[in-house]
Design a protein around this ligand. Structure first.
Ligand code: GRF
Length: 200
């Protein structure tokens, strides 16, 4: 019987996607386990949520440190927890080229737009200002180009009349919470062809 893939989740904020990843795998047997939740913001709400869920956490402020130095510490923490796949979930920091090379093809991210449209921050406001009818979210592999790696899955949301960026963000977030766990599960299943044995 195949072991579940050990996933490390990186958060910088509230961590609602991390909670969605955790809940999804608790509902029934899936192809992954959350082995570590790590953060560059020691006071991040996502860390509190992870501790409540009983997931090991690691936190260290990046302030006053070179990007490579911080990412090296992060890399060590992930390896100490035998992490195989990294899932970014509101991780508000660029990863160093060296980290991305070391974890090549094994880092996923969720982004609140239909990539390649609206890379970067403030996606919902920009999409509304441009008069978009369809917006959404994307799960993609992380490369050294910001929000530019291959897209694995997307979910679309239709903009409502007179909708604010905050209202839209809330509706897109619900789709993120559905799309990210499903996509991570499929991604990890491909790394463990025998995982079907685990399903009830
Ligand atoms: C989400 O909108 C995600 O798409 C983006 O950052 C936000 C993180 O939210 N990358 P949360 O911390 O998962 O609640």
């Amino acid at each position: 019987m195949a072991e579940r893939v050990r996933v490390g989740v990186l958060v910088s904020g509230r961590g609602s996607n991390m909670v969605a990843l955790s809940e999804y795998r608790r509902r029934e047997a899936r192809s992954y386990d959350l082995a570590l939740v790590a953060s560059n913001v020691p006071e991040a709400r996502g860390l509190v949520a992870a501790r409540r869920l009983g997931i090991p956490t690691w936190a260290r402020s990046h302030k006053g440190m070179e990007r490579e130095e911080f990412d090296h510490l992060l890399d060590v923490a992930l390896r100490e927890h035998d992490v195989e796949v990294v899932a970014l979930a509101g991780y508000m920091r660029l990863l160093s080229g060296e980290f991305i090379r070391r974890w090549d093809g094994r880092v996923l991210n969720i982004h609140p737009s239909l990539l390649p449209a609206y890379k970067g921050l403030d996606t919902h406001r920009r999409a509304l200002e441009a008069g978009e009818i369809w917006v959404g979210c994307s799960v993609h592999l992380v490369t050294d180009e910001l929000d530019g790696g291959p897209v694995l899955a997307q979910a679309k949301v239709r903009v409502r009349e007179r909708e604010s960026a905050e209202q839209l963000a809330e509706r897109v977030l619900k789709e993120e919470h559905r799309l990210y766990p499903e996509t991570l599960d499929k991604f990890c299943a491909r790394l463990r062809p025998g995982h079907v044995d685990l399903l009830p």
